[in-house]
Design a protein around this ligand. Structure first.
Ligand code: FMN
Length: 215
């Protein structure tokens, strides 16, 4: 089974995430390919990003500024696949979610892992701009962002009394997205097991240092 971490990216009281997340989690559990762990940012009161060289300690097993930051990195590092549920705030992702992703620092916990998103908003935009921003963030974290996305407009009216989306397109998009997450999750797990290149930024730094030493 692939380890799928589902991050719930908004935290405010009365959040619409509580309408969306139960369905997403049910679908992920029912898919069959995943061992699901929910990482609700409400349960992860991460500090505003505050890491620096002094808080890292051993780069191979960083200490971080607070135990919760270390735990956050360790838990995400276990993932074979990541699914992020995001609202749209000011055409982007909620600040709490960006902070949580910034906190994946030094561990490269998202690296070479597929990352998919469920976006939603109260209006017609369905979180699409938040998802676009999220995917740019994912690239910089060296995750593998997936094209398949679930987008839910008018979120407060989008679910029936049983908690399922009224829209067939939403339900279908979820199945396709989970299939892709499973495919990429298995492929990239195999690739990581065969050995990974060091992060590009480190390889560039090392190559430049060699070049300067040789000059
Ligand atoms: C700070 C803030 C900014 C928002 N900005 C947008 C926006 O740019 N586009 C949009 O479609 N909806 C926007 N909304 C409406 C949200 O999509 C809607 O409130 C949604 O329920 C937020 O998710 P949440 O309830 O899980 O926090 C915004 C809401 C908040 C609180």
């Amino acid at each position: 089974m692939l380890k799928l971490k589902i991050i719930i990216g908004s935290t405010r009281p009365t959040r619409a995430a509580d309408v969306v997340a139960p369905w997403v989690i049910d679908q992920a559990n029912a898919h069959g390919a995943f061992e699901v762990e929910v990482m609700d940012l409400r349960d992860w009161p991460l500090p505003l990003f505050q890491e620096h060289m002094g808080t890292i300690g051993d780069f191979k097993d960083p200490t971080y500024s607070e135990p919760i930051v270390r735990q956050w990195n360790h838990t995400l590092k276990e993932a074979d696949a990541v699914l992020i549920i995001t609202a749209e705030y000011l055409h982007s992702i909620p600040g709490a979610l960006k902070n949580a992703l910034d906190n994946v620092f030094v561990s490269w916990a998202l690296r070479n892992k597929p990352l998919a998103a469920v976006g939603y908003s109260s209006g017609i935009a369905a979180g699409v701009r938040a998802v676009e921003h999220l995917m740019a963030v994912a690239i910089e974290a060296e995750a593998v962002p997936l094209r398949q996305t679930v987008l839910i407009p008018h979120v407060q009216e989008a679910f029936d009394d049983a908690g399922a989306p009224l829209d067939l397109g939403t339900r279908t998009a979820m199945t396709v997205m989970l299939d892709d997450l499973a495919w990429w999750g298995a492929l990239l797990a195999q690739g990581r097991a065969q050995g990974e290149l060091a992060p590009g930024v480190l390889r560039i730094r090392a190559a430049m240092a060699d070049h300067l030493t040789a000059a």
